[in-house]
Design a protein. Structure first.
Length: 228
């Protein structure tokens, strides 16, 4: 097998599609926001600043793992550390639906799919639904995905979907049907992206979850690479 071609990053623009994480970053109602505890200061120690932090792993741009929606957190299965890394790296397509505040269905993409050669639909689809992101405000009314969209995308060998809203399900969802549809279709997903600077088109996505072995989600630093 030949090695992968060396990616000369000087030839690429790096578009950061991650939300900032600080004490103002909005959390899903009931979730714990980011907070920092400075445990040692340079002024006191003359050596280092040191801190610890607390937050729900769903604050900011993140990947959910299967244990988020079923099973026993103490069994060690379906954790963030076990997410398939290959899903979070590779060719991606930004689909611009902004401004959209309703669930995205298979109808939203049917025109797009028919206008594209099948082979051109990327295996990772990121849905831009907002022109502007206010990262410090939880917006109740946001776009999400319907289970029928996920089943349709599975037919196109999509491995990952992403969205610039807090969840793939609506805020009032009780059963998290879209989370379950994604799990059933063996697809990965990213939530709370910031796609304000990503135009519709094709990119390389890198958004690796951290190796958290005891958590049901992980923050990611999500970027898109685009040829200059
Ligand atoms: Zn989540």
């Amino acid at each position: 097998m030949p090695e992968l071609p060396w990616l000369d990053l000087d030839n690429y623009d790096i578009i950061d599609i991650s939300l900032p994480v600080d004490s103002k970053t909005a959390a899903f109602p009931g979730d714990i926001q980011f907070s920092r505890n400075v445990t040692l200061t340079y002024a006191d120690s003359n050596v280092i600043n040191l801190s610890s932090f607390t937050m729900s792993p769903h604050v900011g741009t993140h990947a959910d793992s299967p244990i988020h929606i079923y099973g026993d957190m103490d069994k060690g299965e379906g954790m963030a550390s076990q997410l398939p890394l290959g899903a979070y790296m590779g060719q991606a397509q930004v689909i611009d639906l902004a401004d959209c505040f309703e669930p995205i269905t298979s109808k939203h993409i049917s025109s797009l799919v028919s206008s594209l050669d099948r082979s051109k639909l990327a295996p990772r689809l990121l849905f831009r639904t907002r022109h502007q992101i206010r990262y410090d405000v939880f917006e109740n009314n946001y776009a999400s995905f319907t289970p029928d969209l996920i089943e349709e995308l599975q037919k196109h060998q999509v491995k990952l979907v992403g969205i610039d809203t807090p969840s793939v399900d609506p805020s009032d969802s009780k059963g998290l049907e879209t989370h379950h549809a994604l799990h059933k279709c063996k697809m990965s997903w990213l939530e709370n992206l910031d796609l304000t600077h990503a135009k519709a088109g094709f990119y390389t996505l890198i958004a690796l979850p951290l190796k958290f072995c005891e958590l049901e989600a992980s923050p990611v630093r999500a970027v898109l690479l685009k040829n200059k």
